[in-house]
Design a protein around this ligand. Structure first.
Ligand code: C2E
Ligand code: MG
Ligand code: MG
Length: 572
């Protein structure tokens, strides 16, 4: 840091010194949103208003090694232009600096700034000081003319003022549900009217001490620094809903929309900073908007931790996919033919295990792969592993089959049928060697792409197994459309059947019904001999469960089931 009055020629020809500049900046900072700065060029020292410390990752507001330090702060793509400009000033080719470029903020976001400054020279005409002001271009709009509310910049200032002392109260972030569709369906003018009405409805029910701001497009925030908590936020949210309902009824339902909200108690915040409030309230509002919307979510730190873990895992999964699926492996679990008492096939089950994460359960990482679309490359990887394993095993057990789980994202967003057909050809597998397992949930039987996929499987002789049957909402008509060759009964259903006579009878009738329409049935999740004995009475076709074998890697499967493929069902 430059100590005040240190180094350089202290008094330039204008009688200005580092110390004086610093004093000026300190005096003016509280009355400005912008950042004042000066750059002592011969002394290589830069000072900026202290409010820049809250916004940008600066350790101190005065520093040496200016170009190197700025390089850390400036958005990398913009740095060379800035460096060239500084060099021009040094060479006396420029006497006024005026540049729009980006700095990176505390959260790593690129922030557009306009940086202007005058070059002050010493007695010899050499550039001595660059003095000026930086404004953030994106936040210069302080009020919103559609709703007549103050905007984010004003809210930031209000929050900054309160955060200096221990704070109480709450932050309520309100969002209009499906605002994009409202705009698309009824036009911008109508959308603006809804924004205005929402602002009016909120303002109408505010209590003394509460302030309303428009945060971004379809979001509003209420700040309350009085000693109340989030239960008061819930009351406020319900009042706002009541007010909106009155407006909707007044329009004879010509206008109809709902709002969601997320709320934080200031006292729950570990780090009460503006960026933290915005980050956590965004999370809270997203939680409220997830699913049905039209509700309020009260911030819970544990939920946020879970969300962060999920985000970190997603990042890790993405990295693994970019490294040729390093960390992903395929496991194989035997599926046993109940009559021939031999391994009929294996289900391929994906695993994810890295040094960083340890083994992660599929129930945790598969939904993330699906949400992010990463299931498409990873599904391709696991399919190839399955086919490779099948072609090796068929040399010993010619009828051996392998099943792969295919998720709806792969069906709807990639050409998984083509990959299956090409893969079978590439690995020299007979049609029918690869069984596709689809879970009933997630698929709409009316979806053309899905029905097209099912028809395509039939045309290419690829058998389909309907997985997790009994856990979703399938009706028997679904079976007609999807035309599976096998139905797999999920372990949760199997367990209920073993504990409850009604469920047992239901399962028994399902087996009969399945056989009556010429489908095969596989019961999953058999763990003990006793469970096997009771399930066997139902006469299913195939059985899968820890009793016969847990999922294992290819080498273990090979040793256990391929080279010693004798009868493995205990007759006791
Ligand atoms: P699923 O397809 O129904 O797979 C059967 C699950 O039941 C597997 O869990 C298996 O390990 C477990 N299981 C089998 N026998 C027993 C038993 O006797 N007792 C108990 N407690 N569990 C048993 P896993 O491997 O954890 O996989 C969970 C789910 O993740 C799978 O359910 C499937 O829906 C999904 N999944 C796994 N691999 C893939 C994949 O490659 N692609 C896709 N899209 N989904 C996959
Ligand atoms: Mg399965
Ligand atoms: Mg299953």
């Amino acid at each position: 840091m430059c100590r005040k009055g240190e180094s350089l020629v202290q008094e330039g020809k204008e009688g200005l010194s580092v110390e004086k500049f610093q004093q000026f900046i300190d005096i003016l900072t509280p009355s400005m949103d912008d950042y004042l700065y000066f750059y002592d060029m011969p002394g290589d020292c830069y000072c900026i208003s202290s409010n820049a410390l809250e916004r940008f990752p600066l350790k101190q507001n005065c520093f040496h090694n200016v170009v190197q330090e700025l390089e850390k702060l400036v958005y990398s793509a913009d740095f060379s232009a800035l460096n060239a400009e500084i060099a021009q000033i040094r060479r006396k080719e420029k006497h006024f600096h005026n540049m729009q470029y980006r700095w990176v903020d505390q959260e790593g976001k690129a922030i557009w700034i306009n940086c202007r400054g005058s070059v002050l020279k010493d007695e010899d005409g050499e550039p001595k000081f660059l003095v000026g002001c930086i404004n953030e271009i994106g936040t210069s709009q302080k009020a919103d003319n559609i709703t007549g509310l103050l905007g984010e910049t004003s809210m930031r200032a209000e929050i900054a003022e309160h955060l200096e002392e221990p704070v109480c109260g709450f932050f309520l972030r309100v969002g209009i549900d499906n605002f994009k569709e409202i705009n698309e369906n009824r036009g911008m003018e109508y959308g603006n009217m809804i924004l205005r009405k929402t602002a009016e409805c909120i303002e109408h029910v505010l209590r003394p001490g509460q302030k309303l701001y428009r945060v971004v497009a379809d979001e509003f925030a209420v700040l309350d620094f009085t000693p109340c908590d989030r239960q008061n936020a819930v009351v406020l949210y319900n009042d706002i809903r009541g007010e909106i309902q009155r407006f909707i009824e007044g329009s004879c339902y010509d206008s109809f929309f709902t709002i969601s909200a997320g709320t934080l108690d200031f006292k729950d915040l570990e780090k009460p900073s503006y960026s933290n409030i915005m980050k956590l309230s965004e999370f809270a509002l997203n939680e409220a908007k997830n699913g049905e919307k039209n509700k309020i979510y009260l911030f819970e730190p544990e939920d946020y931790e879970r969300f962060q873990r999920k985000r970190a895992l997603l990042k890790r999964l993405r990295k693994a996919v970019n490294e040729d699926c390093r960390g992903f492996t395929a496991n194989f679990q035997p599926i046993v033919h109940i009559d021939q008492q031999s391994v009929f096939s294996a289900e391929t089950l994906l695993r994810f295990d890295t040094e960083e994460t340890g083994p992660v359960p599929p129930t945790e990482f598969i939904p993330l792969l699906e949400e992010s679309g990463l299931i498409i490359p990873v599904g391709r990887f696991v399919m190839h592993k399955a086919m490779e394993a099948c072609s090796r095993i068929q040399k010993f057990i010619p009828d051996f089959r392998v099943s792969v789980n295919v998720s709806y994202v792969q069906v709807l967003k990639s050409d998984v049928l083509k990959e299956l057909v090409e893969g079978e050809r590439r690995y020299g597998l007979r049609p029918g060697s690869v069984i596709v397992e689809l879970t009933e949930s997630g698929f709409l039987e009316s979806d053309e792409k899905f029905i097209g996929f099912c028809d395509g499987l039939q045309q290419h002789g690829i058998p389909l197994a309907l997985d997790d049957f009994g856990t979703g909402y399938s009706n028997f008509h679904y079976l007609y459309n999807v035309k599976p060759s096998t139905i797999k009964i999920d372990r949760s259903f199997t367990m209920k059947a073993l504990q409850n006579a009604y469920e047992y009878n239901l399962l028994r009738h399902m087996v009969d019904m399945t056989h009556s329409i010429a489908l095969k049935l596989c019961i999953e999740g058999i763990e003990t001999q006793e469970e096997l004995n009771r399930i066997r009475e139902m006469n299913p076709d195939y059985i899968q469960g820890y009793f016969f074998g847990k999922p294992c890697d290819f080498d273990a499967f090979w040793r256990e089931y391929v080279t010693q493929n004798e009868g493995i069902i205990d007759e006791s």
